[in-house]
Design a protein around this ligand. Structure first.
Ligand code: T4K
Length: 380
């Protein structure tokens, strides 16, 4: 296999034309306002409400997704509670629970979507459970109807970690509209970003004021402090980047879709390689679905093939990533869950996420896909 001339990373952030960003900077300079709910943050929030189809009082911006989750969990009163969640995710999901004093209780994932299974989640619900935190992992949609049933049956909150799911629509509406709350990450590794950033969308509009306080030390006016808040405010430069990226969101989504389609063509019919097409998940659920193709996870037949292909690609200048391996329950803080989620353990050992980002050409994606096929046959 030929080495790639320049390193191909798993992802690269979209950067707007520098002149457009400079024009935005001129506005920031004129305002002389940099943080603490400035005019660009407000404009960004309104633009997101419009894009996602949620009410202007049903969302709040934060400096990153992890703090958004942490404050969202705190606002919903989950401190000290058991919360059912998935081990097949980035560590931030469980870290945010642990950091507010909640206990993540792990349940297994669905083998098709890799998202938390409602059936598995139900088995570990106890009287101490106050919430379920499923993750729309890779932008794949969770079984929202299944979780809505559990929410009603057990009186628990459903909070989606939608870090990967910006732009996804389900049942004709944004995925942000499901559950009690959803968190979107705007980190540069995401298809849509604001340098760093996080967004919470929520059903109860009363949360907007509470979250607005929590992200600003929970101070209220000049003379009172109403809770133990933190500093999790988005600043004006982040909002500017977000506004610039939102202008081209359709192109960002379109580029991911094209790359995914290219990989699909290359992997079709190859034994030992499973490349899930998110569009298939909706067919079985009979819900209209618009995917975002945020990630390109490929499942190998076994751990050894995955490891060999990962290493050989790296040697050829292609830096695919093993998201999400090791599984959370392999990490010391969550080791109490080890051995409880066999499907997640199996997927984590066989998955490799391939490069995808705006600016990666279909031609290069095809070459990467063909290299993966060649390497996987060599090791078979
Ligand atoms: N929940 C879930 C399910 C998540 O996946 C995440 C974050 C969160 C919650 C928390 O949201 P945030 O607090 O982050 O908003 C990355 C990201 O740091 C993390 O945001 C993301 N998930 C996770 C899946 O991936 P790393 O350690 O893999 O990132 P890193 O630095 O290795 O970058 C990945 C690739 O991107 C590299 O090849 C380099 C390239 N890159 C990266 C950055 C930051 C660039 O080309 N330019 C850049 O500016 O964690």
């Amino acid at each position: 296999m030929k080495c790639f001339e320049t390193p191909i990373l798993v992802t690269r952030p979209y950067l707007p034309p520098l002149d457009d960003f400079k024009r935005g900077l001129e506005e920031v300079w004129a305002n002389q306002w940099l943080s603490n709910n400035g005019p660009l943050v407000k404009r960004f929030q309104d633009a997101l409400a419009g894009y996602l189809g949620v009410g202007g009082a049903n969302l709040a911006l934060f400096t990153n997704g992890t703090l958004a989750l942490e404050l969202g969990f705190h606002a919903l009163g989950l401190a000290g509670a058991e919360v059912v969640t998935t081990p097949f995710t980035f560590v931030a999901t469980s870290h945010a629970l642990k950091r507010i004093g909640a206990t993540p209780v792990f349940a297994d994932i669905d083998p098709e979507t890799f998202c938390l299974s409602p059936e598995a989640a139900e088995k570990v619900i106890t009287p101490r459970t106050k919430a379920i935190v499923p993750v729309h992992v890779y932008g794949h949609p969770c079984d929202v109807a299944g979780f809505a049933r559990l929410g009603e049956k057990y009186g628990v909150k459903i909070v989606y970690d939608a870090a990967h799911a910006f732009g996804v629509k389900l049942g004709g509406q944004s995925i942000a509209t499901y559950g009690d709350m959803s968190m979107f990450s705007f980190h540069p590794t995401k298809l849509f970003h604001s340098c760093e950033g996080g967004l919470l969308t929520f059903r109860d509009p009363a949360l907007q004021e509470q979250l607005g306080q929590l992200r600003n030390f929970a101070i209220k006016g000049e003379l009172s402090c109403v809770d133990v808040g933190t500093n999790a405010k988005m600043n004006e430069l982040q909002a500017l980047m977000g506004l610039e990226c939102l202008k081209v969101i359709d192109s960002l989504l379109g580029a991911r879709a094209e790359i995914h389609a290219t990989y699909r063509e290359v992997f079709a019919g190859h034994d030992g390689l499973r490349f899930p097409d998110p569009a298939d998940f909706a067919k079985s659920r009979q819900m209209a679905f618009t995917p975002n193709y945020a990630y390109c996870p490929l499942l190998f037949r076994d751990y050894e093939s995955r490891e060999r292909v990962y290493a050989r690609l790296k040697a050829a200048n292609v830096f695919a990533r093993r998201y999400f391996y090791p599984l959370l329950t392999d990490f010391e803080p969550y080791a109490y869950g080890r051995g409880t989620c066999p499907v997640a353990e199996d997927v984590a050992r066989r998955v490799l996420t391939l490069p995808t980002y705006y600016g990666l050409s279909r031609d290069v994606a095809r070459r990467i896909g063909e290299a993966v096929v060649e390497l996987s046959m060599e090791v078979a």
